[in-house]
Design a protein around this ligand. Structure first.
Ligand code: AQP
Length: 351
């Protein structure tokens, strides 16, 4: 069975972009077809200025929403990154394989660092290095596939590069993963700025639909989406990015193809009305289940506790093998050879 790993960062409230680009697929497809792990990657939320109480609150909320979206702890492992030390342990080893130039080329680093500097703030070192931590998140589990939105492609490529490099230098230790994306809505754009991704930590709030937005708030945001200067409702990402974004969202909500929706609506207003209603209906069951789960925080905490235990047991053999492969002396007596790595056995044990 394939191993799947993906994560979500508690850096803001979950958005429609998170749902259509990642979470919906995790719940509808990945947990059924693979041995799947889904992680609240809380350490990644510390790479920019943060409020500790808010990160804690958002971590709980993200976990509750993942379960509300349909992740079933009987079928997949749901856990919090900081509960499993193996992520940080492995991250340091991978930093010893990655290069500084490689990190500085990361688009998200360049964009976020520029934003921090514009605000007059300082750039945390972790903002530069977190893609290595993300590689560790993925590689620790012998992951084959990483279901993500398009924005994460470069980071998964880095994980692949580091896995290949490590294996070449120190012996085959890691599975080389690959990213998978949804066919539609792999990059949902901000409704007010269709040139920018709908990101949960963005400043342009009115252009972001949050999973917990009330129906009327969703309607208002969609009805006020920026449209383009043309009048025809056609799918043309380059010429009409605002309309193309709405068509992608509508198609993703209704299970269609955005190109097939070209010409169906007589006006921008009609498209917006249909899109708003489709989003409201899509979110309705998630919001209802979220409300139920909020009444039972002990259940969510239990899922996370069990998930962390399972995840630890899955990650430890691979991370221990990487420690031995790279040349670190085992803390306890080890009967293995000098390298300490029986790579085939480790890869199998991790799966
Ligand atoms: N707009 C989006 N369209 C499609 N997929 C998206 N994802 C995020 N935004 C979109 C996918 O959701 C998963 C979790 O994302 P994340 O928590 O890593 O990042 P974020 O929601 O984009 O949050 P931030 O804080 O605003 O992060 P940055 O600025 O780093 O992007 C991922 O699979 C992601 O692809």
């Amino acid at each position: 069975m394939k191993r799947v790993f993906s994560g979500i960062k508690p850096s803001g409230h979950l958005t429609l972009g998170n749902y259509l680009g990642a979470v919906r697929r995790w719940a509808a497809v990945d947990q059924y077809r693979a041995d799947a792990l889904f992680c609240i990657v809380d350490l990644h939320a510390l790479t920019v200025e943060h409020d500790p109480a808010r990160v804690r609150r958002l971590s709980r909320q993200a976990a509750t929403l993942l379960l509300a979206a349909g992740l079933d702890p009987e079928r997949c492992t749901v856990f919090v990154q900081s509960h499993v030390d193996e992520h940080a342990r492995l991250s340091y080893l991978l930093e010893c394989v990655a290069t500084d130039g490689e990190m500085r080329r990361m688009v998200q680093y360049k964009e976020k660092a520029a934003r921090e500097r514009d605000r007059g703030g300082s750039v945390r070192l972790s903002l530069l290095t977190y893609p290595v931590l993300m590689a560790a998140d993925i590689l620790a589990y012998g992951t084959d596939e990483v279901p993500v939105g398009e924005d994460q492609t470069q980071h998964v490529e880095l994980a692949r590069d580091l896995a290949v490099r490590f294996n070449q230098r120190y012996g085959r230790t890691f599975v080389v993963p690959r990213a998978t994306h949804p066919e539609v809505a792999a990059r949902v754009m901000n409704l007010r700025e269709p040139g920018s991704k709908m990101g949960k930590s963005d400043d342009v709030g009115p252009g972001i639909v949050y999973l917990l937005d009330e129906p009327d708030v969703v309607r208002r945001k969609v009805m006020r989406a920026v449209t383009d200067s043309g009048r025809e409702v056609v799918h043309d990402s380059a010429g009409q990015p605002g309309i193309a974004n709405l068509l992608e969202i509508l198609a993703a909500c209704t299970g269609g193809d955005p190109a097939d929706l070209s010409g169906v609506h007589a006006s921008y207003g009609a498209l917006k009305r249909d899109t708003a209603e489709a989003v409201v209906e899509l979110l309705r069951p998630v919001q209802a289940r979220h409300k139920e789960l909020c009444a039972d925080p002990g259940y969510v905490a239990g899922v996370l506790r069990d998930g962390a235990e399972r995840a630890r047991a899955m990650a430890r053999p691979t991370v221990d093998a990487a420690y031995r492969a790279i040349g670190l002396l085992p803390a306890v007596s080890d009967t293995g050879a000098d390298t300490g790595v029986d790579t085939g056995a480790v890869l199998n044990a991790a799966r």
